[in-house]
Ligand binder design. Sequence first.
Ligand code: EPZ
Length: 426
Amino acid sequence: MDKLVIEGGKPLSGTIVIQGAKNAALPILAASMLVEGVVTIEHVPKLLDIDVMLNILRELGCRAEHVDETVQLDTTSLHSSHIPEALMRQMRSSIFLMGPLLARFGEVTIYQPGGCAIGERKIDLHLSGLQELGAQIVEEDSRITCYAKRLKGAEIHLDLPSVGATENIMMAAVLAEGLTTISNAAREPEIQDLQNFLNSMGAKIIGAGTDTITIEGVEKLTPCRYQVIPDRIVTGTIMVAAAATRGQVTLLNTCPSHLTSLIHVLRRTGVQIAVDGDIIKVGAAVRPKAVDRIVTSPYPAFPTDMQSQIMVLLALADGVSIMKETIFEGRFKHVDELSRMGADIRVDLSSAYIRGVSRLYGATVEATDLRAGAALVIAGLAAQGKTVVEQVHHIDRGYDRIESMLGRLGARITRYSPVESNPIVP
Ligand code: EPZ
């Protein structure tokens, strides 16, 4: 397993171009299975999760190439809708394939994706949504098979605004007979991107970005070329890293309107943020101030995917901050590792009480999940001394060569792979 070695204490400075959004690209790759032909998707970053999704599509008979940041899919020879259990276990986002494959083939077999480091990750809302569209669902042990000759539009209400369930139901409803409405839908920008992609292929969807989405079923779709939105969580991660190292960083190709809640919190800590079109400038010269209370909630509120990263900044702040995690019950696993670096954080159920310290100290720490790993990298950049972050594959799921990204901003960060004794030059 690779590891990252970081010499901390150096402010980040410079300019960086933000990669395409993982959480937009994954459902869009899945949605491509709804159409027969060649689909081209641009601004798709090289990530482990994208590789896994492309391997699943190849396994199902789709031709898939990923050159630079462009993916080309030829779905003409797609011949299976049975997702292998081993591949399903590699990435829970393969659940996104349920809706499209059911709509295209009238049958799909998946396996319970299981929980992960951050929580149980149930899929009941996905299944109940497809059932309301007319699917018959048979569960045998961990295997789930859905059948539907033709899906029929329905009025679907989500008990909670699940991002994945909203996306799966949208994709299934595109070729269904009649009208589907999804109420209490998730409002994330990635859902708007999925709507725009599907409509580029001839779907008739309105309302993404609001809590009610309407899909008018169509007979067939036409292949298209599409560019994915920038990754708002990668953008936020770099912003927090700039703030935590008291640096000056310019971020290009961003969507500031996707980061309103984060920008608001960062400004409350005293970080200077200037927005000009798709450019965000972040500057911090003094110790951050504590923020009395941050609560993670569905978009547009403060995103759970930024919770662990902002906690590093608060761990260095002047004062006590409280972070309440309301989305995933297991998303505080980075706290123990930060404490080993000198952070003073106490967790009580779904709240973390963060008493800022004047500095963190380098240590050997372990990434437990994608965003926790990113937080440990930020902590290493800000800490005094050397930090070694292990289990880096978690980070590679969502960040395209994070050491190169940060190295271009002056960070002293090197990747070591166990098979090579020498460092991998970024
Ligand atoms: C998406 O996951 C993102 N992943 C996550 O990002 C993100 O944290 C999450 O949305 C919340 O914003 C992708 O888009 C690939 P949910 P998803 O369904 O769709 C419960 C990252 O770091 N729930 O909105 O799985 C669930 O247990 C990843 O990039 C049900 O109870 O999230 C959780 O508590 C991590 N039943 C809550 O809803 C269901 O059927 C939110 O889950 C589905 C979800």
